[in-house]
Design a protein around this ligand. Structure first.
Ligand code: ZN
Length: 462
């Protein structure tokens, strides 16, 4: 998202590249989910899968022919070498390093093999990996656009793998080659890649490419300051979509995780974000993901939606979440009337069918105690019978007429208006908390209200 904002702000080109060279970690459907997430948030891309571009293909697994010649060049120039170590040897080495409390890293056993030794391994049929010959001394430094000058001692970097024995490049190699070939000017990526950047700088120098500019973005942590995980709420964008969050609220919320306009402004539209985005206002410290703030912000955006727009977005949630006993397809104009009443209260689209389920049910199911509150059965049933008669005789069934008819009734029945309205609310909704009573009754309609009141009377009479 920050890459998109940065590209749009500077009228640059936003590129989507799928880095799928880790064959073992390939997950079915993952690419589609990534693209769908971007589409949902409205982060349209100028080059990449589906849209193409001058520098394609945009799947690294389809670009293997670009990486191999670079590795061959590096090897013949003395910047890289084949390593024949077995997986078992490397694992044992790592275990030993951990045991001794040393930082794990390749011990460079194959760095200075003679040509005869290499030939012998080749003759044994061992397929090597190709490693980068990291300088043993000196320092590598670069200017990060967020953190400023960053310096690494080369002695802390090991001889990392460029090309795996299956012929696939590592992240390091593929990125450096592709960023060069695709003429990438800026790389904005997560903080966790900061330690890889000196490796990439060394690689750029060895192949003679100009390095792009780097900006390392703060991590997102949970409210308990631990790594963001399932227990802090949904962890994939599509889960948030399915829980009924609005993409414009999500974009606004995410933008404020690590970036700010000033110390106060919370609500920013997509256009405002593009207009004001700058790397200078990105925080150097981790951002805290607060689901309550997201819910608050989503409710804010939801209340601002025009009722037809809200209806359109809410309909799939009604179709998905209302009990199967409710006839499909769900009536659009009825949903429109229901969401107009629920809009003030709902925080997510998925809450709309939850809050409004009673509008759609043929029969309500609630305990008689809910109906009674502090009234006795006789009095309650008497009251509902009178209400039923009044409603039956009522012409226009709108909330104004309903209120004008029912409000004066309370004293006739020697009830407070609160007692009468609570009784009636439970009778027609099955709940104690619902949207305004008379508007709810208007949406339900005369027939449904009378039927529900009759059912309540039957319940009271046992
Ligand atoms: Zn080796």
């Amino acid at each position: 998202m920050f890459n998109w904002l940065f590209a749009r702000h500077h009228r640059g080109t936003f590129i989507v590249r799928i880095e799928d060279t880790d064959v073992e970690r390939k997950v079915e459907g993952a690419v589609e989910d990534v693209l769908e997430s971007l589409r949902w948030l409205g982060l349209e891309w100028d080059e990449g899968p589906e849209v193409g571009g001058r520098y394609g293909p945009y799947f690294q697994s389809q670009r293997l022919h670009y990486y191999r010649p670079v590795v061959e060049q590096l090897t013949s120039d003395g910047y890289a070498y084949p390593c024949y170590c077995s997986h078992e040897r490397l694992e044992a080495m790592k275990a030993e390093q951990v045991r001794r409390g040393q930082p794990p890293g390749y011990d460079r056993r194959c760095r200075n093999l003679s040509q005869e030794e290499r030939s012998r391994f080749e003759a044994e049929g061992i397929r090597p990996v190709i490693r980068f010959k990291t300088p043993l001394t000196g320092r590598t430094e670069f200017r990060d656009l967020i953190r400023g000058k960053v310096v690494f001692d080369n002695s802390t970097l090991d001889d990392f793998v460029l090309l795996k024995s299956d012929g696939y490049p590592t992240y390091h190699l593929a990125n450096v080659v592709d960023d060069h070939l695709m003429e990438v000017s800026h790389v904005l990526r997560a903080d966790e890649w900061l330690a890889s950047t000196p490796r990439h700088i060394l690689l750029y120098q060895a192949v003679g490419y100009e390095s792009p500019q780097f900006a390392h973005l703060p991590m997102i942590l949970g409210p308990d300051r631990s790594k963001l995980s399932k227990r802090h709420g949904a962890t994939s964008l599509l889960e948030f979509r399915d829980e009924g969050y609005l993409p414009e609220a999500m974009l606004n919320f995410l933008a404020l995780l690590g970036w700010s306009l000033d110390d106060r402004t919370e609500v920013l539209s997509r256009e405002e974000l593009v207009e004001h985005f700058s790397l200078e206002r990105i925080s150097k410290t981790a951002a805290i993901f607060n689901i309550d703030k997201l819910r608050w912000m989503n409710g804010l955006y939801l209340r601002k939606l025009d009722i037809d727009d809200l209806t359109e977005r809410a309909l799939p949630f009604f179709e998905r979440d209302l009990p199967s006993s409710v006839r499909r397809p769900i009536d659009r104009s009825y949903v429109r009337a229901v969401v107009a009443l629920e809009q003030e209260r709902a925080k997510t689209l998925a809450e709309l069918p939850q809050l409004g389920e009673f509008f759609f049910m043929e029969e309500l199911d609630y305990p008689v105690d809910l109906l009674l509150q502090k009234l006795n059965r006789e009095k309650a049933s008497q009251a509902l019978t009178t209400v039923s008669q009044k409603l039956g005789a009522l012409g226009p069934f709108d909330h104004g007429s309903l209120e004008a008819t029912l409000r004066p009734l309370a004293s006739d029945l020697s009830l407070t208006t609160k007692e009468l309205f609570s009784l009636l609310r439970v009778a027609v909704t099955g709940r104690t908390a619902a949207p305004p009573l008379f508007q709810t009754m208007e949406v339900l309609g005369k027939e449904a209200c009378l039927r529900r009141i009759e059912a309540a009377i039957r319940l009271l009479r046992g």
